[in-house]
Ligand binder design. Sequence first.
Ligand code: TXA
Ligand code: MG
Length: 324
Amino acid sequence: MAYLGVDIESMKIAAEAIREGKLVSFPTETVYGLGADAFNPEAVARIFQEKERPSFDPLIVHISDIAQLYKLSRSVSSVVLRLAEHFWPGPLTMVLPKQPEVHDIVTSGLDTVAVRMPNHPIALQLISLSGTVIAAPSANKFGQLSPTHHRHVTKQLKGVDYVIQGGYTSVGIESSVVSVEEGRIQILRPGAVTAADIRAVLPEIEVVDFTKPVEDHLPSPGLLDSHYSPKKPLYITNSIGQFAGERFGYIAFSGDGAVEGPAVVRVLSKRGNYAEAATNLFGALHDMEESDVDFIVAEPIKEEGIGIAIMDRLKKAAFKYKTE
Ligand code: TXA
Ligand code: MG
């Protein structure tokens, strides 16, 4: 593993590595990605190995130019183009009918491919210098905390060829994943782009908001109950009196952090701004995981706007620590 800076010489090294089938972790506006040439199946296979990710969980392909969308999807409708125009580059991933050239290992054998144009200058430069499109899941071990800083990447992944030192990401939680079918858009994974944002752009289209799948069949294979977990137990509650005498960290969404009881308090947004809280969420969980507290307690927030995505990540992070 070698770190790379963000100067042009470093970016050329990173792009060359992608062309050679190596793995490069790079910053996006959401979280760090673990990237490989999407059209090189051996390189993509290494992503799954390095992440210890099950092969049924497909990857997102990152593009830097709208022309690349046509190499990936055989059906680019006017609805898709309007979404792209409004939300790209940005934290929106579209699941679309794939072109036959897109390898099964990228899509886990599905007939669809997930595509996103990230809103980050380093990511866009890396994709365009590489001359290909880049398959990249979040750069974490499967099921563990997502990386919002290059330090989080190297904490979990040891077999990456290069990690670009891009500092903290801005949005802080993974992109919204949507399926786009004839006349209907469905949110498969909530993120910073909400159903309301999409309805504002496409008022005539039915937009189905994120709902936890009830049947055995997952509309998005990566939507497992347990995910994004810290290595210490995490509980979601604001009645912390029950933990008196114990050594725990508390993640609050707003306020000045003057809370009695916890050994460490992290306030995600003093003024209670949910977008700012999303930016700081995974960093706070990483810090608490590394600190000497015995467990973590997070305050719940309202599931509205980007709060839906925040609570989705928190509930999955806490899922395996449920006591009942
Ligand atoms: O913000 C992000 O989306 C980050 C950055 C690096 O771009 N990437 C990311 O990738 O979060 P990953 O692999 O951790 O999550 C991709 C999600 C998974 O839930 C996966 O199941 C879903 O997208 N997905 C990918 N292809 C799909 C498809 N063809 N149909 C349905 N869901 C798909
Ligand atoms: Mg992930």
